[in-house]
Design a protein around this ligand. Structure first.
Ligand code: PMP
Ligand code: GLU
Length: 376
């Protein structure tokens, strides 16, 4: 049986692979999720929707009430112009939204500019679309914030699509406004589309979030409920763009694949925009910040290269001369699950990704002890 060529370059998701390997380990710092529960108000509204029989297909793009709230949020908080509910597409997770976006823009040979390192699924989805990746180098000593080498690689690649993700997975970096404006400048000159994945938007400890969509119309802003509201298992994400052609193309894929996001989950998510749900998020971010600070202090005392990341819930230390795959395996044998850096791109070689979203300080201390002795 011949495997289709477009599938041959798709690799197993390293995040899911290492998460499975870590299942029976003492400390699991693999998968990117938080350990908090979904806010009560969202859970209650979802149960109510189920009891009220909201169990059928919804409009393929998502219920109008939810799309209305999302467009309001993006207008008021992110200052993205040109959006109303028709410009929003709700789907079964941001990952599926990203799949729809890439598949509706890229065909064989088209260039997609991808920061190196990047979240594992971007590369595989681009490969599925048969696009060509132009990797944009980032460096641990710069905190993985784009520098001149990044910008010249971007400028020279003339991409059809630029992938942007701030706050970032796997590095935790938050791109300052001036960096995003530089990327937008290059996109404008090359007439590139920007996919701005803002799923960690609310998990920021220092600095401000800036949306490329605020200043550039050909942007698809991607976000979702997984990280902010601890809803990874609910599968709910969305895309927004003032460019209706992009949204229409993505909607075409949606109606012919998942049909729509889960009906009662969409009704529950209406409560995500309330003060009550947002207070839970604020508490969660405070707890995550304490964990970030703890880990950074521990790593600063080792030989690892690490700049304090300002967002998400990952640290991505670089260990000079280490083989990240072997290092992750040895930590795994020692009861600590982490993800090696190289599946995130060649600039991730020698790094490990630690997700502290689901692990409290006591366990992090234990993990840090073991990592520190492995580094000696
Ligand atoms: N983008 C990034 C950067 C991520 O880390 C993830 C992982 N959950 C996603 C998108 C997908 O999120 P989901 O499909 O759970 O909404
Ligand atoms: N995005 C999360 C991670 O990086 C969840 C798993 C996945 O979707 O890859 O671990």
């Amino acid at each position: 049986m011949t495997c289709p060529i477009r599938l041959q370059k798709v690799t197993e998701s390293a995040t899911f692979k290492y998460s499975k390997l870590a299942k029976d380990k003492e400390i699991d710092l693999t998968i990117g999720r938080t350990g908090f529960d979904t806010p009560q108000i969202i859970r209650d509204a979802t149960k109510k929707a189920l009891d009220e029989g909201k169990v059928h297909y919804t409009t393929s793009k998502g219920i109008p009430e939810l799309r209305g709230l999302i467009s309001r949020k993006l207008k008021e908080e992110n200052k993205i112009p040109g959006l109303d509910k028709d410009n929003i597409l709700v789907s079964a997770g941001a990952k599926h939204i990203i799949y729809e976006a890439i598949m509706s823009i890229i065909q064989r040979g088209d260039v997609v500019a991808l920061p190196n390192p990047s979240w594992v699924s971007y590369e595989s989805i681009i490969n599925l679309s048969e696009g060509e990746i132009a990797w944009l180098p980032l460096k641990p000593e710069k905190g993985f914030i784009p520098d001149d080498d990044f910008f010249s690689a971007l400028e020279n690649s003339h991409p059809k699509l630029i992938m942007l993700n701030s706050p970032n997975n796997p590095t935790g970096a938050v791109y300052p406004e001036k960096i995003i404006k530089k990327i937008v400048d290059i996109a404008q000159r090359n007439e590139s589309i920007i996919l701005s994945d803002e799923i960690y938007e609310k998990i920021i400890y220092e600095g401000e979030h800036f949306s490329a969509g605020t200043i550039y119309e050909d942007t698809i802003t991607v976000n979702g409920f997984s990280k902010e509201y601890s809803m990874t298992g609910w599968r709910l994400g969305y895309a927004a763009s003032p460019n209706m052609e992009l949204i229409n193309r993505m909607s075409l894929i949606q109606a012919q694949t998942v049909s729509c996001a889960v009906s009662f989950v969409q009704y529950g998510a209406l409560e995500a925009f309330t003060d009550e749900a947002r207070e839970d998020v604020t508490c969660m971010v405070e707890a995550l910040k304490e964990r970030r600070d703890y880990l950074i202090n521990r790593f600063k005392k080792t030989k690892a290269v690490i700049e304090k990341p300002s967002g998400a819930f990952y640290v991505f230390p670089f260990i000079e001369g280490s083989d990240d795959l072997l290092f992750a395996d040895s930590l795994m044998e020692n009861g600590v699950g982490v993800i090696p850096g190289s599946p995130f791109g060649s600039s991730g070689r020698g790094c490990i990704r630690i997700s502290y979203g689901a692990t409290g300080l006591d366990e992090l201390e234990k993990a840090a002890d073991r990592i520190e002795s492995a580094l000696k």
